[in-house]
Ligand binder design. Sequence first.
Ligand code: ARG
Length: 460
Amino acid sequence: MALWGGRFSQAADAKFQQFNDSLRFDYRLAEQDIVGSIAWSNALCKAGVLNSDEQQKIELALNELKAKVLADPSQILQSDAEDIHSWVEGQLINVVGDLGKKLHTGRSRNDQVATDLKLWCKQQVPVLLGKIDELQKQLVTVARQQQATVLPGYTHLQRAQPVTFAHWCLAYVEMLDRDFTRLQDAHKRMDTCPLGSGALAGTGFPIDRHELALSLDFAAPTRNSLDSVSDRDHVLELMNCAVNSMMHLSRFAEDLIFYNSGEAGFIELSDRVTSGSSLMPQKKNPDSLELIRGKTGRVFGAYAGMMMTLKALPLAYNKDMQEDKEGLFDALDTWYDCLDMAEMVLHDLKLNEEKTREAAQGGYSNATEMADYLVSKGIPFREAHHIVGAIVVHAIAKKLPMEELPLSDFKEFSPLIEDDVFGRLSLESSLASRCALGGVAPDQIEFALTQTEQRLSQRG
Ligand code: ARG
């Protein structure tokens, strides 16, 4: 049943209908549309448009419809209704007859779709928060297991200074913490109810919009009807949360892809999250991680697309805005799946401690430690940096790690270098010396882990 038609003398072209209809994707808003319609029927009853008997009949029929839809959402797709709003109204009229035709009094699909989508967005927040939280907890579990496992730290993908695997895990916990609070912030701003804004200018019936907003679990009604029906900031903000978090997940994936490479060999991924090559029998590919990295592009694209769609749209509702849903649904589904997959990958991750240690030891990554040693002997840092640079060139020429140079060689670069230098060049010493807050010294890692565990457990 089309919701309009009085003004038309010709039927819409089938091709146009196909182009215009949104049921194939907005069927996902069925529950929100029904819940919103029940709330609206109550508001109409209080405004004297429906009597309470009529309202109860409508509510009963809508509740039955909700149960049917929740049991099997795919039945909606059998219909040729234009969109989910037409479908719900049509179903209601099928059950309660002409009474159902009163429901749309004072309401427009413009404030209706804005409300449905906001309700849907709000409901995604706890689901995604829960998933971020799970991944963070998994990272902390791995960090505890690998608290002392040494890992080379990189800048420019060159071995820079040693870190620990726990420190690496905790870096991602921090990123996910920002994703978590970003989502909480977004939720605060999407907590206003557009229903009762009509098509654009407000509703013509005495609706108590405060009560209506609260009945739909919103903190307050929106304040301006023009803005209410045109606003899709909540869609953008949620997608932005997804974009930021996917950026983090793709860096996580990239790090692990590199650690998993034959060249690094730091980790082994479980068979459960890898796949083989159809041609090369020896291969075990990190597809789970590559897909996280790959799907990041798709989420970025959806976000950029949404920005383009909304850019320069005149107030108020325009059909362009129907394009808000597919990208949003896809971006959030993808984000959820990637959070899930990242957790799976971590769950069965194996570390090759011999390899990580060997790599952390090599690449002259104790050069900063050597410079700090010279500073402790009274040499200004800039000068120390220069001296160590020359020592590194010398060690490379002799094909020796710095700590294997004889003391006599060191003395040629500075007479202040003594026997105690060798203790300072060990991995343990490099780690222990980074002892300020946020560094890799063992007691700092212990402190960070304890704090993080506490913070995460307080979330519940
Ligand atoms: N299917 C539409 C959408 O998703 C619903 C709103 C239609 N409103 C209108 N005035 N045509 O945006």
